[in-house]
Design a protein around this ligand. Structure first.
Ligand code: MV4
Length: 503
């Protein structure tokens, strides 16, 4: 096993990796930018090395500084986490050139999957179903017209260097095509420095379902079932679960087989995710993410496999001992992303100091966070603060457990996505498992502030004032403040919630 791993990331994923190292008896080296000096990932690691000021370009994205930190600490391997340099083939190459192990796939595999047209080509020849579309990039207006006629409208223009939804454009009919093609080309060039654009048939209401794969360096690749990731807004996932309410054992086996073939087609090593769009029981390859993903815990909870530990073991040359288990998935897991954004203000970033933090615990609850009381949430990095993850025997029980855990959670000092998640847990379509990637757009009520009536607000404020008075008198709260009148402001709020959030 390795002795020392440098964690080239920050926040919740850096802490997740530090924990995996420690559970394997591996020493973890954290790196940190100036504002992160006292972050949990830094305080829990065996060593920590400063790598520069707040801007990511001068710290977490600075390859030279990271390699320098690895040399100085005598680390043998570098774990990139997600985001930052995780899918940068140049970083993977430099890490290995300098004699460290890159905890992830080869630079060649990252590069092949990073170019979306090349990925499509390779998937086609591996027998992986892709959305009907163009062979490669579109070069001319004439070609665009011909291809679109063959594929059928509506079509979607995508950047070859894209991913994550940037530079996409829906074209409803032939007359719009020349303008859309030109605009997409210009956007792609601006966003990625690569103007190449390709074309796919546009699927209107698909689900986004992805398969987790794990491959060792000895030619053994397995899949660990799917994650349902349809609940997203502007390509930011908000809620993920495993299994998907739309996948049965047959579809899982079929998608799993295809995902393994996709990984094998690029000689994949490590943990990876094959993304699919699923519509009417048909599935199509979208892209492959060559990193550990934010939502990996839901797979861990329904398989019992620690994916981050396996990334490290695989990098150290271990053989996969786990084999796909016929009992997977066992039970149900849901993850809610808790980020510093105001869901009632267009998910506007919310910054400030975490004044207090009460983290839910109890049966079946996991908190993967990177914050603590006193932590300053700024604008330099991704707003994800923590992931609240639950596990229960069934989907219904998992939803009730998530609802319970979300109600216990108390974060003061900044606004978070917590109340949005609470609303989703009570929303009938979510509860029925009936949704697509359009879910948020189709449920604008979820983004409307609780809309408590003035009577409800008055009742809530009265309850809080009573509670404060009781505390000032030094009395212990009975746990049941004076009856705030007819059933509570926003259905089912506890005294705990009313006291902290007199909405
Ligand atoms: C699509 C699509 C519909 N039809 N491709 C968005 C991100 C990028 N990875 C691919 N994306 C999409 N590709 C075809 N042919 C719809 C999306 C899409 C989407 C996909 C997954 C998760 C969320 C999404 C939100 C909007 C659009």
């Amino acid at each position: 096993m390795l002795e020392k791993v440098l964690v080239a990331n920050r926040g919740e994923i850096a802490l997740r990796i530090v924990r995996a190292c420690q559970e394997l008896g591996v020493s973890a080296v954290a790196v940190y930018s100036e504002p992160d000096e006292f972050s949990p990932h830094v305080l829990t690691a065996e060593e920590a090395i400063p790598i520069g000021p707040a801007p990511a370009g001068e710290s977490y994205l600075d390859i030279d500084r990271l390699l320098d930190a690895a040399r100085r600490s005598n680390a043998q391997a570098i774990h990139p986490g997600y985001g930052f340099l995780a899918e940068n083939p140049e970083f993977a190459r430099r890490v290995e050139e300098d004699g460290f192990l890159f905890i992830g796939p080869s630079a060649a595999a990252i590069g092949a999957m990073g170019d979306k047209t090349e990925a499509r080509r390779r998937m086609l020849s591996a027998g992986v179903p892709v959305v009907p579309g163009s062979e490669g990039p579109i070069e001319t207006d004439d070609q665009a017209r011909a291809e679109a006629a063959r594929i059928g409208f509506p079509i979607l223009l995508k950047a070859a260097a894209g991913g994550g939804g940037k530079g996409m454009r829906v074209v409803e009919e032939a007359s719009e095509l020349p303008r859309a093609f030109e605009a997409a080309t210009r956007e792609a060039d601006q966003a990625f420095g690569d103007p190449r654009v390709y074309m796919e048939r546009f699927l209107a209401r698909p689900r986004h379902i992805e398969i987790q794969v794990l491959a060792d360096a000895h030619g053994h690749t397995i899949h660990l079932g799917e994650r349902e990731c349809s609940i997203q807004r502007r390509h930011q996932k908000l809620i993920e679960e495993a299994p998907s309410p739309a996948v049965n054992a047959d579809l899982r086996a079929e998608m799993g087989k295809v995902a393994v073939a996709a990984a094998e087609a690029v000689d994949y090593v490590g943990a990876g995710t094959v993304e699919f769009l699923v519509e009417d029981g048909q599935f199509f390859f979208l892209e492959m993410n060559t990193r550990i993903q934010v939502e990996h815990p839901v797979t861990e909870l329904v398989t019992g496999v620690d994916l981050v530990q396996w990334q490290i073991r695989i990098a150290a040359g271990a053989r996969l001992e786990v084999d796909a288990d016929p009992d997977w998935p066992a039970g149900h897991s849901i993850e809610c992303r808790i980020s510093g954004e105001d869901p009632f203000a267009g998910f506007f970033p919310s910054t400030g100091r975490i004044e207090s933090l009460y983290v839910p615990t109890g049966p079946g609850v996991r908190w993967d966070g990177g914050i603590a009381r006193g932590f300053e949430v700024g604008l330099h990095y991704d707003p994800l603060l923590a992931k609240l993850v639950v596990y229960a025997p069934s989907r219904e029980e998992a939803i009730m457990r998530m609802r319970r855990a979300l109600r216990e959670l108390q974060i003061e000092g900044i606004r978070t996505t917590q109340p949005f998640h609470l609303a989703v847990m009570d929303e009938p379509d979510f509860r029925a498992g009936e949704f697509s990637i359009q879910y948020i757009d189709e449920h604008p009520e979820l983004l409307a502030d609780g809309a408590a009536s003035w009577q409800e607000r008055a009742a809530a404020i009265a309850a809080v004032l009573l509670e404060e008075e009781r505390r000032e008198r030094g009395g212990v709260s009975s746990g049941s403040p004076a009856d705030p009148g007819p059933t509570p402001a926003r259905e089912g709020r506890t005294a705990w919630q009313r006291a902290f959030d007199p909405r």
